[in-house]
Design a protein around this ligand. Structure first.
Ligand code: MF3
Ligand code: CO
Length: 247
């Protein structure tokens, strides 16, 4: 069942989304060579609590940290650790924030220092694919149009689209109906104003193939090439959409 949010629920989700955005800024400020991913996690954790919110991911299905940090060939769900960030790393930061029982979910990928043109393009094009996907959203449009746009954009730029993980509805749980794939499907679900969904393309420089690590969380690319991930939680409206996890 896909929930339609009331005005009150939308206000709470806007707040959760705003704190999510501010948490991303706080993490970015500290993202420098030498810092550990655990230290970044702790900065986000404290920031979220200081704003009267909770980290949505902590203990979600047993997840052991407050945010996900996925470096280089790690696609998503990297667990913060003693690992130190290095110059040239591709770092995906995924944050969930809960305010009064309502969630927001957002991810960004950053390049620390310098890297190759190829990897810069990977990150830039993954971000663009998210906005391409969002661009079709409005009341009455098929949800499958989002994935079609993202997939077409990825193919055009020769990037692998991760298929095993998808976007999702967001509300009183961080993951709700519907699934929002980053590729075309024959799903007939129609977007309705008041729905809130997270769109989150994960694109790989090489093949789309991935595997789960022994920690049972971290997802890596099969070929060891880097991956990027961008995600926004958005509200569907009559004429378009509102990003809840942006400025
Ligand atoms: N943003 C992530 C997603 O939608 C949620 C992380 S799940 C957690 O896939 F379990 F790691 F928290
Ligand atoms: Co998500």
């Amino acid at each position: 069942m896909i929930s339609i949010k009331s005005d009150r629920e939308i206000e709470l989700m806007k707040h959760a989304g705003h704190i999510n955005y501010l948490t991303h800024l706080e993490v970015l400020k500290n993202l420098k060579p030498g810092i550990t991913t655990k230290a970044l996690n702790d900065i986000a954790h404290k920031f979220i609590l200081a704003h009267d919110c909770k980290p949505s991911f902590l203990k979600y299905n047993g997840y052991p940290a407050s945010i996900c940090i996925s470096v280089n060939d790690e696609v998503v769900h990297g667990i913060p650790s003693k690992r130190k960030i290095k110059n040239g790393d591709v770092v995906s930061i995924d944050i969930g924030v809960e305010y009064k029982g309502y969630h927001s979910d957002s991810a960004n990928t950053y390049i620390v220092g310098n890297t190759t043109k190829e990897i810069e393009d990977l990150v830039e094009n993954t971000k663009k694919s998210l906005y391409e996907g969002l661009s079709v959203i409005k009341d009455g449009v098929k949800l499958s149009a989002i994935g079609k746009k993202i997939e077409d954009y990825a193919i055009e730029h020769n990037l692998g689209v991760v298929r095993e993980l998808v976007g999702h509805g967001v509300g009183t749980s961080v993951h709700e109906d519907p699934d929002v794939p980053n590729y075309y499907t024959k799903d007939h679900t129609i977007l309705k104003s008041g729905m809130v969904i997270a769109v989150e393309p994960m694109l790989n420089l090489g093949s789309e193939d991935i595997y789960e690590c022994e920690d049972e969380w971290t997802i890596k690319t099969e070929d060891g090439l880097p991956s990027a991930h961008f995600e926004h939680t958005v509200l569907v409206t009559k004429d378009g959409y509102v990003i809840l996890t942006g400025e």
